[in-house]
Structures are given as C-alpha cells and as structure tokens.
Design a protein around this ligand. Sequence first.
Ligand code: HEM
Length: 183
Amino acid sequence: MSAVLEFETTNGKYQRVSVIIHWLTVLLMVAIYASIEIHQELQRGTTLRRLTEDWHIYLGLTLIPIVIYRALVILRSPIPPIIPAQANWERLAVKLMKAYLYVLMLGMPLLGWLFLSAEGHAVSWFGIPLPAIAPESDGLAEAAEELHEVLGQSGYVFITLHALAGLYHHYIRKDNTLKRMTL
Ligand code: HEM
C-alpha cells in the first residue's frame, strides 16, 4: 500500500504524482464549472443542454476517487517546505484554505449525487449506473441542491483566491510556493 501512497520529494518540490493530480484537478474543475455555466445558458429541452448536464455529472463524479487518492498521498508523503518560511498566521490561513478546497472538491460531487438520488433520478458515470446514495425525499433533495448551489458559488471566490495567492507568492514574494507544484 505504501508504494502507491508514499513518495519522496525531490528538488524541494511536491511528488510528481501530486503535481500531476493537482493540475489534472484544475482542468477538471474548470471543465465542471464551464459545463454547468454553458448548460444554464442553453434553452430547456435541447440535446446540448442535456449533454452539458451529463458531462457536468460525469466529470464531477470523476473527481471523487482522484481527490481521495490525492488526499491520502498528501497525508502519507512529506510536504516540501516554503522557502523563505511563512509567518504562523499565514501557515494557518493556508491550512484553512486547503481544507476548504477539499470540502469543495469532495462535498460538491457527493451533494450532486445525493440530491439527484433524493429526487429519484438515476445517476450514472459515463453510462455506468451508480446506486442511489439517499432515499427519495423532497426535503432532502431541496436542502442538498441548495447547498450544492451555495457551495458551488463560493467556489468561484475561493478558487480565485487560491490561484491569486499562488501568483502573489511567485511574482511578489518570489518564494518557491508555485515552483513546488511544477514537474
Ligand atoms: C466539484 C464538483 C462539482 C462542482 C464544482 C459543481 C458545481 C455546480 C454549480 C456551480 C452549479 C450551478 C448552481 C447554480 O448556480 O444554480 C451546479 C449545478 C448542478 N450540479 Fe453540480 N457541481 C459538481 C459536481 C456535481 C455532480 C457530481 C453532480 C451529480 C452527480 C452534479 C449535479 C448538478 C446538477 C443536476 C445541477 C443543476 C443543473 C440545473 O438543473 O440547472 N454536480 N453544480
């Protein structure tokens, strides 16, 4: 087990596997948000509208195993330090932000799956049927859909902050924060 979860850091950077998964996650998140934004612009009843929702769901569900694997790797492998070191409050802010991003990346797909199950819709991953994860319930469906919407909107703010922080560290602080996340 440790061979697929524990990796050494080299050149002060994140493990290759963590770097690849990080940028793959970025691509997936962009595609997940783009598909739902396009979906909402399209006229009801069109094939393209249905297709963009299907892809939103497929890509969102793809994120679940990827994020779980990434979280396990990060928990089991050393994190390369930021040089020069950050102040304690900055370290705390980074930890909180990362925790929030994990809640978003894992919570959003689960909430989507949950509210569709509670609405009685069949959920599939690229055509492979998945089980319902909640009993049919109007109240539960409504609450989970509302949370999916609010958390989803908050994602725009926090993902932007996360990206801006990376650029700030690289171009203004000129530390190795962003370089650690390159191959
Ligand atoms: C990280 C993963 C995901 C993110 C960031 C995300 C984000 C969003 C956002 C921003 C919206 C628009 C909410 C609004 O403003 O009305 C939305 C809608 C929706 N999402 Fe997700 N979502 C994710 C995963 C999923 C998954 C896995 C499913 C289903 C299994 C799902 C099902 C839906 C559905 C059905 C809608 C409403 C479409 C409509 O009828 O307009 N989402 N999502």
